[in-house]
Design a protein around this ligand. Structure first.
Ligand code: PMP
Length: 380
């Protein structure tokens, strides 16, 4: 048997080929006599790694030239503060609009409130974050510095499959997206985005690296209290080297980008190939859940995440068993572990189970999970 299948929401499963390449290059990167983690970030060897990583990411996501790519740090939660510190000062009113669709956008709104006035343009809290609000119903401010949404809510399992066109909704504010948990799983429509940010530890690489892709005209508005190394303009001018960047994480991300570029699915390649595969993988799992009488996913089918699939087992009364300590949940997770299906436990705030199907999860992993769902249901 090969390695087990790891369904963690993040840090998450990596392409095995990337891990093997990193292992092979661990002691001596390309004849340099050094591991990448031993190299000066200012030296030629690391310069080559950084340049290639940025080039490959731009190719994968078709990032237009008037956007800057920043390899930053702090994780997405730090950028919940760093984004407002950089953008809220664009307009004197210092208002930020938030579309609250789950735990992560809710956290973003809370944090931003420390730096300006936050306005909830729409929220699905009332329905337990199981659907997405129709953009036509959003109450957008006239003078917002930006509009924030989380394009894939990792905990609640809702995904914006298309990004809203804010201009068509009467707003001239730039859209900020937290794409931590779907970056590289599908293309990004940059005509609708001003800034995208995300932690690396799902589809990109190790924790510690945070990607920021920002339109050039949004640089240069940082508040004076913004830490200098987190002023996006400073970071852009320094080509992500305002201070020592997370060099090893960038190197691994670069290997993941090369792996992603090499993916093929019929005529498709790169992110388009990954997207096609992700659609099939998610459909397979949702179908298995929907057809069973033991499992349930409560998310509106139109906005179900392709990356994170939360689901519950039902009790004998048909109700979802949210409590992780329920014997049926415990038995399910134990049996999964025995079959090499790891980290299926749901987020503690939601309970139940969650299967994350990032790019590096092969179809065979989804099939193994679907087989297990069927076998467990038969004996339950
Ligand atoms: N946003 C989203 C969508 C996430 O999934 C996560 C992590 N699971 C975060 C923000 C927080 O990221 P970090 O822990 O790297 O700060």
């Amino acid at each position: 048997m090969g390695r087990p299948y790891n369904f963690s929401a993040g840090p998450a499963t990596m392409p095995e080929a990337v891990l093997q390449q990193a292992a092979a290059e661990m002691l001596d990167w390309h004849g340099s006599g050094m591991s990448v983690m031993e190299m000066s970030h200012r030296g030629a060897a690391f310069g080559e790694i950084l340049e290639r990583a940025e080039h490959d990411l731009r190719t994968l996501l078709a990032i237009p030239p008037h956007f800057r790519v920043l390899f930053s740090q702090g994780g997405a939660l730090a950028h919940n503060a760093i984004v407002p510190l950089n953008l809220v000062g664009r307009r004197p009113a210092r208002v930020m609009d938030f579309v609250v669709t789950g735990a992560w956008s809710q956290k973003s709104a809370q944090e931003a409130g420390r730096y300006g006035q936050t306005h909830v343009a729409a929220s699905t809290a009332d329905c337990g974050f199981t659907t997405l609000p129709d953009p036509a119903s959003w109450r957008l401010s006239a003078d917002a510095s930006y509009v924030h949404l989380c394009s894939n809510e990792t905990i609640h399992g809702v995904e914006f499959h298309t990004l809203p066109d804010l201009a068509a909704l009467g707003s001239d504010a730039p859209l900020v997206i937290d794409f931590s948990s779907h970056v590289l799983s599908r293309p990004v429509d940059w005509t609708r985005v001003g800034l995208a940010f995300g932690g690396a530890q799902k589809n990109v690489g190790p924790a510690g690296l945070t990607l920021v892709v920002v339109r050039e005209d949004l640089l240069g508005h940082a508040l004076p209290i913004c830490p200098s190394v987190f002023d996006y303009r400073t970071l852009a001018q320094a080509h992500s080297m305002a201070n020592t960047p997370p060099t090893y994480a960038i190197y691994i991300a670069g290997l993941v980008f090369q792996w992603a570029l090499a993916q093929r699915e019929g005529e498709l390649s790169g992110v388009a190939a990954l997207q096609a595969r992700n659609i099939v993988k998610a459909q397979r799992l949702y179908d298995a859940i929907d057809r069973s009488s033991l499992y349930v996913n409560e998310v509106d089918p139109a906005c179900r995440s392709r990356m994170n699939v939360p689901f519950f087992l039902r009790g004998d009364d048909g109700q979802p068993l949210r409590d992780p300590a329920h014997p049926r949940n415990v038995a399910f997770l134990r049996g999964a572990q025995e079959r090499g299906l790891l980290q299926l436990k749901g987020h503690k705030s939601v309970g139940g189970m969650r299967a994350s199907l990032y790019n590096a999860m092969p179809m065979a992993g989804v099939e193994a999970l679907v087989d297990y769902l069927r076998d467990f249901e038969r004996q339950a």
